[in-house]
Design a protein around this ligand. Structure first.
Ligand code: SAH
Length: 364
């Protein structure tokens, strides 16, 4: 399927303007084509009726709108949907839709696999293949919107997008930002900045760049209240420890008055869920405008961890709450179809050979 045609799904509106400028076309062509592709779901140039005939046939020659292919769809008893998408090179990624009473959230992947190797995450076990292109990231929203039937006039089915699927979005900065521009663009998906969330394991320079170029809602995967434990759970902590990470979070919210950083904290039985650790967490969050999301650990084969007990999670939340930090326990969704946080795996051509090492480790 790979062609040397430009995939217009890779271009945000500014990128499309550049594309049309090279064709000596008027700038408003990029508005028209953005609307056709992202609002009307039209990928066939011959149906883009407000473009002249000559332009349409020129586009046929030099451009295309190429989408990932849905190869499997699963629906959970709780309404969560999970799609397995095949990319042009044969790699597969997963995308999840989580309906709630007041909103619908699409959880989007940013990489094929992940390099970070967090010890409690299923994606990590798959190893890493490559970054997703802008088209492969926004293609997930395009496909889900079509399948779920949201469009102009229809009820807004997808009201929120979270970059919390497979991969570390801030390690794929240059492709993620144009995809987010399209999510925010009124000519495309028109979501507000509050409703687009990027989740990072703590890539400090990426957080600072994001504040400059595309300040959406920020979630940081913290999972531990001190460097000693975080070094083990989230190995990236050895590069960007807690103090510089929280300093970056403070700088980030300075750009957006009234906003807060969401800290994700996966509750691992007997590992990071004690009262002392809750108090230590309160201590380090200090003056950071923060909200904490406790995520009950979602098990997967061979993970070696257990989910904290319900009472333990409640007590942990209560300590944070009494300390003045808004704290929620994230409801586990889509567990029966392996669509919950940390369970996304897809099919990854592992270039790190990590999955092999892991299997060898298990066999020893
Ligand atoms: N790399 C980014 C995006 C992945 S988001 C990040 O780390 O933020 C996925 C979220 O689910 C992260 O907060 C991650 O730490 C959490 N998670 C991973 N594995 C999990 C598991 N098995 N159970 C619960 N949460 C998990």
């Amino acid at each position: 399927m790979a062609t040397d045609r430009t995939n217009l799904l890779d271009l945000d509106r500014q990128g499309l303007s550049g594309f049309f400028a090279e064709l000596a076309e008027k700038p408003f062509r990029s508005d028209q084509v953005t609307k056709w592709i992202h609002q009307s779901g039209v990928c066939d140039f011959s149906r883009m009726t407000n473009l002249g005939k000559a332009l349409r046939s020129r586009l046929h020659e030099i451009a295309a709108v190429e989408l990932p292919q849905i190869i499997n769809e699963q629906a959970s008893i709780d309404g969560t949907h999970k799609w397995l998408l095949r990319l042009a090179d044969g790699n597969c990624i997963e995308t999840v839709f989580i309906p709630e009473t007041d909103r619908g959230t699409l959880c989007v992947s940013s990489q094929v696999g992940c390099v970070l190797n967090c010890t409690f995450c299923a994606t990590a076990r798959q190893g890493y293949s490559r970054n997703l292109s802008t088209g492969e990231i926004i293609g997930q929203l395009w496909l889900a919107s079509q399948v779920l039937g949201s469009g102009p006039g229809a009820a807004r089915v997808i009201s929120n997008v979270v970059l919390m699927g497979m991969g570390e979005p801030l390690l794929n900065f240059n492709n993620v930002v144009p995809a987010m521009n399209l999510m925010l663009d009124d000519m495309a998906y028109g979501l507000s900045r509050r409703r687009v969330t990027i989740s990072t394991a703590g890539v400090v320079p990426g957080i600072d760049r994001l504040a400059e170029v595309c300040p959406v809602s920020l979630a940081v995967s913290l999972h531990a209240p001190n460097d000693e434990l975080r070094d083990q759970l989230v190995p990236l902590n050895r590069k960007y420890p807690i103090v510089p990470l929280l300093a970056a979070c403070r700088r980030y919210v300075r750009h957006q008055p009234r906003s807060r950083v969401t800290f994700e904290y996966t509750m691992l039985d007997g590992v990071n869920d004690s009262d002392t650790q809750a108090r230590q967490l309160l201590g380090i969050l200090g003056d950071v405008p923060a909200k904490v999301n406790l995520i009950p650990f979602n098990p997967f084969p061979g993970s070696g961890y257990q989910r904290s007990g319900e009472q333990t999670i409640d007590r942990f939340r209560e300590i944070l709450h009494r300390g003045g930090v808004v704290t929620m326990t994230r409801k586990t969704r889509g567990e029966d179809i392996d669509a919950a946080c940390g369970q996304l795996a897809g099919k990854v051509q592992d270039r790190t050979r990590r999955s092999r090492q892991h299997l060898d480790g298990l066999n020893q």
